[in-house]
Design a protein around this ligand. Structure first.
Ligand SMILES: O=C(O)C(=O)C[C@]1(C(=O)O)C=C[C@@H](O)C=C1
Length: 192
């Protein structure tokens, strides 16, 4: 069984996909998690039959409605099969310790993550602008690959920054400690 999800390895959506498979008591080897980056890609893969289930973030307690999912789901006839609410902790990383926080000029992440951490980001990196990328876990990947300058910091799950061997600046940087995201899993209705 293929489950497509918004995001890539070590994104919050990836964590949600693992939580869903646990809840459904799916055994290892009986499912495949397919990283599809965007909610739009998830909906397209569901409609084409490439995946049987599709998961995406729909709402956050600080950032509100997840716009990319709202837009992707608009006028689509999909059946909601599961809802999971996860507590979300964001961390911020830079390339290395020789870069001062004051010298960070840009912070990249998914727009929802940037929104959830806006006040703390201004405190940590007073001279930085924020810029959106497709997914939290793509932010550290892009920086280590050199797609952004070395004075770029990222916001992502702790596991994602560590995976790409970036330097942790601060963890738990969401503006409210109680930060929850609702993820929905859909399929194409069987009656169609
Ligand atoms: O899955 C991720 O890590 C994402 O980048 C997406 C997303 C979202 O769309 O809301 C997922 C959970 C958090 O609320 C922040 C970002």
């Amino acid at each position: 069984m293929k489950i497509g999800y918004q995001g890539v390895l070590h994104s919050h959506n990836h964590a949600a996909a693992l939580a869903v498979t646990e809840e459904m008591q799916l055994t290892e080897g009986s499912f495949e998690l397919v990283p599809l980056i965007s909610s739009k890609n998830v909906v397209e893969a569901l409609l084409s039959g490439e995946v049987e289930y599709g998961l995406m973030a729909v709402q956050n307690s600080i950032g509100g409605v997840v716009k990319e999912s709202q837009e992707a789901l608009l006028d689509k006839d999909l059946e909601l099969v599961k809802e999971v609410i996860l507590s979300i902790s964001h961390s911020t990383f830079k390339l290395n310790n020789s870069i001062k926080n004051d010298d960070i000029t840009e912070v990249i992440s998914h727009p929802q993550a940037l929104k959830q951490c806006a006040t703390n980001l201004k405190r940590i990196y007073p001279n930085a602008m924020v810029a959106p990328v497709e997914n939290t876990a793509l932010a550290p990947k892009y920086v280590v690959e050199g797609k952004f300058g070395k004075n770029t910091a990222v916001v992502c799950a702790k596991v994602a920054g560590e995976y790409y061997k970036m330097t942790l600046v601060e963890e738990g940087i969401q503006d409210k400690s109680d930060n929850r995201t609702t993820f929905n899993m859909f399929r194409v209705p069987l009656t169609r």
